[in-house]
Design a protein around this ligand. Sequence first.
Ligand code: GLA
Length: 671
Amino acid sequence: MLYGADYNPDQWPEDIWPDDVALMREAGVTTVSLGIFSWSRIQPGPDEWDFAWLDRIIDLLHAGGIGVNLATATASAPPWMTAAHPDILAADENGAPYWHGSRQHHSPSSPTWRRLASELVRRLAERYGDHPGVVMWHVDNELGCHLNEEFSDSARDAFRRWLAGRYGSVEQLNDAWGTGFWSQRYASLEEVFPPRKAPFIRNPSQVLDFKRFMSDMWLEVYLMQRDIIRQAGATQPISTNMMGAFPPANYAQWAPHIDVITDDCYPDPLDPQRPLTTAFQRDLVRSLKRGTPWILMEQATDAVNWRPTNPSKKPGQLAAETAQSIGRGADGIMFFQWRQSRAGAEKFHSAMVPHAGTRTRTWNETVALGERLAELPALPAPGDDAPVALVFDWENWWAVEGEGHPTRLDYLQLVRDWHGALVRRGVMVDIVPPEKVDARYRLAIAPFLYLLRSSGADALRAFVAGGGVLAAGPFTDIVDDNDRFRDGGFLTQLGPVLGVAFEDFRALVPPARERIAERAGEEGSAADAAEDPRAYARFAGRVAGSGTIVAESVWADDAEVLATFETGPSAGRPALTRRAHGDGSAWYLATMPADLDGVLDALLDDAGVSGELDQVPAGVEVARRGDLLTLINHGDEAVEVTAPGTVLGSENPFGTRTLDPQGFAFVRAVR
Ligand code: GLA
């Protein structure tokens, strides 16, 4: 188990360094991420290099038994570079540059920046690639964090090249982007720009491609640095720290290129759903490389300083959040940062060593946590055996929230709603793109999968044919990869397996809810004669309620209607359908149930999936990795939990025990 933090010794006089190492040992620190923002110290001028301080601190840490996760230091370009090479600067949607004085002001597309960054990374890798103290490489930092999109001339040129690679010719681009609309037809790729500021809704296909392009630019920065490190002969694992469900970076595409998934997570203390929101993030990053552990590369020991107000964590919350990460697959727990900065933009951000020193709750909690982690026996690898796949797809995220749609959606929250309902039941779930839905799952839920690639549709159809239970919809299977309607209407790919045909979206204006009744109205169901009354009876009493966001009008041509709309624009039409198919079944939701519980119970029942515990008390989370159960009480009251198995590291049965608020336990499950 790695334990440690970002370490920025270049912010401090050198005589503090030995104290740092001594305190690190006291806190149980095994590893630090070093030099993330050190470019201007390593290369103070275009032709000046200073590695001596870095040699000294790496040697000192190594002598103290602390491993170094060495950063490539490219996350903030030095001021001399801006002055000498203004073409490295990123630009906003007006084309106005971002200047130095903060961080990440460079364009990832800039050839000059790439050349200078390559030189830095090459020197670092050649110098430290075989240093026994360097255990891992930390490429850049949170790629794209502040520059989700940037519109500089470098971006423009790179975008044109990227488009040439994707489409081959301007005719193909015109077709893909539907430029017949609003006089947007291009005569040459040289006329194409990034989607800079425009008077009204911008071409959605162009916007979508630009998001793909930005994700690819940051990935190219990672790949460039990774290749340089490898060419220098370094053999340590290479990673770059992710940010969970971070909109601009399609991590599902990045993951195969990254040796170890590392993630930064800063739970919002004011988020009423906090433990569920963070559980989603842990499951998402675990699912990027199913069956392998990941590293929590950054969390805060206490308050952050970058939200409008920054309250402290509750006593014990830090340990509980750490347990959640471990329970959901983490094999490393790291912080931003080791020693609280005394100057600069983050001086109010918490750290392992607060500015007030070691006579602090934060220091005591981090030392206690280090001790607790050090006592843990070797943990099983996260199993690749979650029974449920929740489909979450970045390209769809970009497209489904586009402008000019029937209604505005918060896709991430809608997917999280499903995830939260599963977590509350103690059901383990992977969060994957549709292509990753395969026979290892028993249930797949695909909400709001507006952009459905044909490869994804193939996987979902094969999943049902192979005996899986699929729940799709609403607002699903609407556009192709370029955000164009497919020929032949909607649900063109999944309709046959769902047994449903699509008529219209019927957006609901929030907070409108339309009542759903169990099979109350039969109109619209041409399949009544074929209905299986036993199947209907199985789900009776569970699928009534109300629907939100859309009340679609669909035809259940070859599916059983489990519930119909009683009110609203689709009154009398199917709200929830099911088509049995071999051992599997395909369900369609023509609305987003306001309360997911009943429908989810019916789906889990249909798929034969149950939670990890017989009873999951309210506020308690249970997660499983291999045969290890992690039980956490996120509530404010003590609660009794019953679990099968023995307390980790002993022969004592867990039985029924009380978990205090923020209390947690690890249990070796008996299965
Ligand atoms: C991010 C960055 C760190 C630091 C923290 C503060 O995670 O990677 O450098 O700015 O945020 O919370």
